[in-house]
Design a protein around this ligand. Structure first.
Ligand code: NAD
Ligand code: UD1
Length: 368
């Protein structure tokens, strides 16, 4: 597909990371021009070349549709130079640190990176008159919700420094949006992103011991680790293990494209083309304005044991488990009410737990 003259340009921070890389692919497939920013503190530069391989048919005629800047978002000067170099229609801000456990011992670093980075980015955006921002927040801001499925209006309650940085960024961006008058901000609260691109060229690549369930499961299945510790079997849930809302990272990525399209006021057909997947042609049904908070989940609660059982069934791999004590700070059960995103964006997650497990395993199997 060639770039149309009115093709929109999106700056993506944290673009070589897990969710960022999948979103860049979906943006390219939907017809956008993309400017990637990442300081590579938790990802590899080789992700860029993998994105190019996946999206090669969209880049062949116009390689300039994709650009990469190895920049830290706290580097205001570099960001200002980038934003001044060409018109940017909107920013999707993934860059940040995300390990809950580490956020206790490295709290100042988390505040500097997550909050300082967000403030530096918005200052650079203001100078360049860029007013559309999509922000990666987390379901962690709900703590243990009093009623499930949890809606966006539920009270927030955070229990760790990582969660506090996300909540403070939400509050800052709410004020930033209102102060700017005509700014557009979307605060997206992700539930549990898992899976990988079906090409198995990009996926989640945790450094060291994985903190999250799915990468731990795939590493046990691959024989890298002997067994999965199940953190608690005594929760008040149907099988005693914790319940979460797992969402395929490609569904999540498409949700970001739908959010950006809705901010830009693009109708369902504004970025369509015969070589775009029909799923990405389901454009928004209304234009977003001002501040929008949305849950990005499937609405389905899945227990730790159910995830392990599904993984074993789909992949044919065994995942030995050990019963372990509860992990500090875990909530028993959390899953989304995703209705608002469906109403505003005409988007909903479509991929099954089976495909999340299959794609996560294909990605793990592709690694050296
Ligand atoms: P990730 O670590 O794979 O990606 C984040 C990227 O940001 C990395 O490539 C890292 O190198 C980059 N980065 C970090 N600090 C930076 C800085 N100061 N300047 C430039 N680049 C920087 O994480 P992810 O899973 O893709 O998460 C993306 C965002 O979504 C994060 O903000 C995270 O907090 C949020 N989030 C993730 C999850 C999840 O389960 N993965 C859940 C909820 C929210
Ligand atoms: C965690 C973070 C959350 C963050 C999200 C994505 C906490 C309290 N919450 O969510 O803030 O946004 O990751 O980075 O850390 N489990 C095991 N064994 C394991 C790993 C996990 O049993 O080895 C269980 C956990 O107890 C939990 C479930 O699996 O019940 C999912 O865990 P995880 O993938 O870490 O996600 P969350 O805890 O939901």
């Amino acid at each position: 597909m060639t770039t149309s003259p009115n093709c929109k340009t999106v700056l993506v921070t944290g673009a070589t990371g897990f969710i960022g890389s999948h979103t860049v692919v979906e943006l390219l497939e939907a017809g956008y021009r993309v400017r990637m920013v990442d300081n590579l503190c938790n990802s590899e530069a080789s992700v860029l070349e993998r994105i190019e391989r996946i999206a090669h048919e969209h880049l062949t005629h116009d390689p300039k549709r994709l650009g990469f800047w190895p920049v830290d978002v706290r580097d205001s000067q570099a960001l200002e130079a980038l934003l001044a170099s060409e018109p940017i229609d909107g920013v999707i801000h993934f860059a940040g640190l995300k390990a809950v456990g580490e956020s206790f011992s490295q709290a100042p670093n988390y505040w500097d990176n997550n909050v300082g980075g967000t403030m530096a980015l918005t200052q650079a955006m203001a100078k360049a008159h860029v007013k559309r921002l999509v922000f990666s927040s987390s379901a962690t801001v709900y703590g243990q919700a009093a009623s499930l499925p949890v809606s966006e209006d539920a009270p927030t309650q955070v229990t760790n420094p990582y969660g506090r940085t996300k909540l403070v960024c939400e509050q800052f961006l709410t004020d930033w949006c209102h102060a700017s008058g005509d700014g557009q901000v979307a605060l997206l609260r992700y539930f549990n992103p898992v899976g990988a691109h079906p090409s198995a060229l990009i996926g989640e690549a945790p450094r060291g011991v994985p903190n999250n369930l799915m990468p731990f499961v795939t590493q046990v299945a691959a024989g890298i680790r002997p067994a999965l510790s199940i953190f608690g079997r005594d929760y008040p849930t149907r099988d005693g293990t914790c319940i979460r809302d797992y969402i395929h990272v490609s569904d999540l990525a498409r949700g970001h494209v739908a959010t950006m399209a809705a901010m830009l006021g693009l109708g369902p057909h504004a970025v369509t083309s015969p070589d775009i997947e029909p799923s990405t042609q389901n454009g928004p049904i209304q234009t977003l304005s001002g501040l929008t908070v949305m849950n990005f989940g499937t609405g389905q609660g899945v227990s730790v044991q159910e995830l392990v059982d599904t993984f074993e069934r789909v992949t044919g791999q065994r995942v030995p488990t050990l019963d372990a004590p509860r992990r500090q700070g875990d909530v028993a059960e959390l899953y989304a009410n995703p209705q608002r995103a469906h109403t505003l964006l005409n988007w909903r997650a479509t991929q099954t737990l089976e495909s999340m497990c299959r794609d996560a395993w294909a990605w793990q199997s592709s690694l050296p």
